[in-house]
Design a binder for this molecule. Sequence first.
Ligand code: NAP
Length: 488
Amino acid sequence: MPPSPPSPAPTHPELHRDAYIDGAWVAGSRRFPVHDPFDGAVIAEVTAADEAMVDAAVAAAARAFAAWRHQPAPARGRLLGQLAARMLADEDRLAALCVRENGKPTREAVGEVRYAASFLTWFAGEAERIYGETIPSAHPGQRITVIREPVGPCALITPWNFPYAMLTRKLGPALAAGCTVIAKPAVQTPLCALALAELAHQVGIPAGVFNVIATDEAARIGGRLLAAPQIRKISFTGSTGVGKKILRDAADDLKRVSLELGGNAPFIVLADADLDAAAAGAMIAKFRNTGQSCVAANRFIVEEPALAGFTARFIERISALTVGRGSDPGVDLGPLIDDAAVAKVRHLVADALDRGARLLHGAPPDGKTRLVAPVVLAGITPEMAIWREEIFGPVVAIRAAAGEADALAQANDTDAGLVAYVYTRDGSRRVRFAEALEAGMVGVDEGLVSTAQAPFGGVKHSGLGREGSRHGLDDYTSLKYIATRISG
Ligand code: NAP
């Protein structure tokens, strides 16, 4: 379907535009604009944090840590639960804000608010279960006890594609564990993080426990935050290149680092698969957030006998998608986040066509608007950039596989290892693929793997550490072993 015509901008809710430091809103001397991705209109001018604000936020988080870590864990959990409830009570306003600065359709924005709140709910419960252990000692008269302590003030760096959920996936376990935080949201989407700070303030999360600073100078201001000696842990979600730099820089001060980085997910359809189920799963895996997701299916690998059947079913579903402003009713795909994102998708499509890919559906984006209608390409070869890089847009790249071994080899032929999807009815193949795929997560006949209950994260160049599940707390706690002599 062609993009729908522009419609008038919706009125937007009250916005917080200043930094949130030590429980107060702090205006700076300089501001930067936040744009609506649909038409580039300026939504708000947000305070650009300067060095003094970074230092004040770090000092506040360090001060607050002393008391917050000693709050009873159920009390910390209760506040997280209240923040989740507050988010859900306010989901329409929060979703409208997300649509405005991120561009995603309203239905998806509401889904994101609920998904984001689910991490707070989950870690509200987990706060009470930060268990230690006792271990039988090899030495008479000695007791071995292990306790889990919060690592300290944390810096949380988040991307624009899920501006609430990528923050709460870190905020939940950090606060549950007794850590304090300073969040630095992406330059495109600071307003969602600031809205979350407002709600945290309302439910009574103490001053200094959760601070938010925004900047349009990520390397300089973000760098100062990450280098502060009081910061004992960095949790970063974003691109692999920036993640590697952050890991290198953190080495000097031996800070703990968690990295949730880019993916290049294979979506494998084997000859015996239920092709309707595969096409349905592919819609979710490919088109959520207009393809701008780290777990987006990037490489469709289809066993020869299933190629025609799967492709026809997939294109039939894709043909029903509508593209437009996220706030318009019935829109499935919103605009891409900015002009650079459109340029990248255009380049990947042009490169594939130049190298011999076949256009099965849609047309190469013309770059006149940030609305990009779905494109389906077949005849993909491994030299094409579209096979090597994250597409981050609504473009489907399909390559045939000669059999099971070929499909697996193609799937693992990448530095990335975040998620892989496989569709097959054969029980043995399900196990073989799930175990042989080099990825931190595998969807078996399942196109959506993200949920608060499961450990989210990658292997290879897709990251270090896990978010969500009970394992999500590990990155925010240190084990302390106490040897006690109980008799002379
Ligand atoms: P990005 O450019 O790496 O930015 C991510 C965050 O890092 C932003 O807040 C950014 O600030 C900040 N940043 C950039 N350079 C920095 C520096 N030198 N020091 C400190 N902070 C710095 O990534 P993106 O383009 O926003 O996000 C898309 C990427 O994130 C994709 O690769 C996607 O796969 C990945 N992602 C991964 C997951 C996961 O869970 N594995 C989830 C979502 C997204 P500015 O915005 O101000 O530049």
